[in-house]
Design a protein around this ligand. Structure first.
Ligand code: DX5
Ligand code: ZN
Length: 217
């Protein structure tokens, strides 16, 4: 699977419903960033936004939780229509139990590797998870630049996935743009999460089409 997941953090939420049908023609996944002002120094949105969007699209809701103790809210995010829930392992009190809890709700599960966290944090869980989300820079804000040191991280996770015959996909989140997308895919990424690169100038579908052409996906 090689694809782009638009991240609505960079969208004008009031316009999003209008853009959803055309986004849905260009992408299967929609990336939703939930931030709590505690694990990361920023606050975004939660259940009401997911609930409003869910009936408007069949897109796969790729929910990225940047919150402390996410296990408190898994069931609420599942009820709000998440198809996949990704959390940062350092935020959960028991990673193994948290993975199982997400799966028991019928959702796919991902583990995120923040900018300053080593890839080996997720290695023990590769056989059970659906996604490793590798941050291009510190979680918390859109519009930042990709930190090149994370290219090696993508490669090492990909290597380990192949070695262990794990079904997990790799997504790269933060700082994905027209210039670096191809390299990230070549390093082993399957999904490129893109916020600003997709939603800039209020023309998400057109930008998405151009990025897909640039990346050859
Ligand atoms: C930031 C979020 C990202 C963000 C990416 O912590 O996890 O999903 O929306 O934004 P860009 O593509 O603008 O770097
Ligand atoms: Zn994200």
């Amino acid at each position: 699977m090689k694809t782009i997941a638009p991240s609505i953090l960079a969208s004008d939420l009031c316009d999003l419903a209008k853009h959803l049908p055309e986004l849905e023609r260009e992408a299967e996944w929609l990336h939703l960033d939930v931030m709590d002002g505690h694990y990361v120094p920023n606050i975004t949105f939660g259940f009401p936004v997911l609930n409003s969007l869910r009936p408007k699209t069949k897109m796969f809701f790729d929910v990225h939780l940047m919150i402390s103790r996410p296990e408190r809210y898994f069931s609420r995010f599942a009820e709000a229509g998440s198809n996949q829930i990704t959390f940062h392992p350092e935020t959960a009190s028991d990673i193994q139990a948290a993975i199982k809890a997400v799966q028991a709700l019928g959702c796919k599960v991902g583990l995120a590797v923040n900018n300053n966290i080593g890839a080996e944090t997720v290695f023990p869980f590769l056989s059970e998870i659906d996604l490793v989300l590798i941050m291009g820079t510190d979680a918390g804000f859109g519009g930042q630049s990709f930190n090149e040191k994370n290219l090696e991280k993508i490669k090492s996770v990909k290597e380990k996935i192949l070695e262990e015959n794990s079904p997990a996909l790799i997504s790269v989140d933060c700082g994905v743009n027209a210039q670096n997308g191809k390299r990230l895919l070549a390093a082993g990424a399957g999904i490129l999460v893109a916020g600003s690169a997709v939603f800039k100038d209020g023309k998400p579908a057109e930008n998405l089409r151009n990025l897909k052409k640039d990346f050859g996906v």
